[in-house]
Design a protein around this ligand. Structure first.
Ligand SMILES: [Cu+2]
Length: 241
């Protein structure tokens, strides 16, 4: 058995490895687990990039609605806090062998508590891939589960869904083998200048299953040359400048 197959097999046999965007830190305040976030009772991945559950998770990871909305100031940094389970602490974020990219998206919605997130309106505001020999998932793990995300200063005020995502590529050498973890937080942005209208994309729709279309999700990460250029999936990051 090749070492890459061995690693993938080990990972698949341990359900202890996955992760959940469990709570949000905004304006210096860390909210309780599941406050304003549709967290699942199971920490498994989504693997069908064409499924509606690619937006805000869902079966086979049943998500619980929240009646909370978290206030966020435009231009500030928030942290999506990742945990292995809803009971885990900062030293139990995810299996460190879950190498892959990290991303965050926003979608402006009329009612953040009710909107499914499915369909157009999403724009990417943060991403990390493979830099200086380190995967972005490992950066988050070493940062005690904190994915730091800057909320653009130039967008409109109002309610948004904040979709934070980590992707594990240990099984991604075959189609559908990438494991995508995402949850949606319900936020209300204030202080934005509103001068920008980001170009938006649909979820599902931002990712593709085939190699020609998405080399960032169909890749044998164990057989790359040192310093290879990893192509982060999804649209480019929106910036105000
Ligand atoms: Cu996993």
């Amino acid at each position: 058995m090749k070492i890459s197959s061995l690693i993938a097999t080990l990972c698949a046999s341990t359900a202890t490895a996955h992760t959940i965007f469990a709570q949000l830190t905004a304006d210096g305040k860390t909210y309780p687990v599941s406050h304003g976030i549709r967290t699942p009772s199971y920490d498994g991945p989504q693997t069908n990039v064409n499924g509606n559950n690619m937006a805000c998770n869902g079966p086979p990871n049943p998500t619980t609605p929240s009646d909370k909305i978290i206030p966020v100031k435009a231009g500030t940094n928030v942290s999506a806090v990742w945990r292995h389970t809803l009971q885990s602490g900062p030293n139990d974020v995810m299996d460190p062998g879950h190498w892959g990219p990290v991303m965050a998206y926003l979608k402006k919605v009329p009612d953040a508590k009710k909107d499914s997130g499915v369909g157009n309106g999403w724009f990417k505001i943060q991403e990390g891939g493979y830099t200086n020999g380190k995967w972005a998932t490992n950066v988050v793990i070493e940062n005690k589960g904190n994915q730091v995300i800057q909320i653009p200063s130039c967008i409109e005020n109002g309610q948004y869904l904040l979709r934070a995502e980590m992707v594990a590529l240990h099984g991604a050498r075959s189609t559908g083998g990438a494991q995508l973890y995402m949850e949606c937080a319900q936020i209300e942005i204030t202080g934005g200048t509103g001068i920008a209208s980001p170009k938006t994309s649909s979820i599902p729709g931002i990712y593709k299953a085939g190699l020609a279309n998405d080399p960032g999700l169909l890749i044998d990460i164990y057989n790359q040359k040192a310093g290879f250029k990893y192509i982060i999936p999804g649209p480019p990051v929106f910036t105000c400048a």
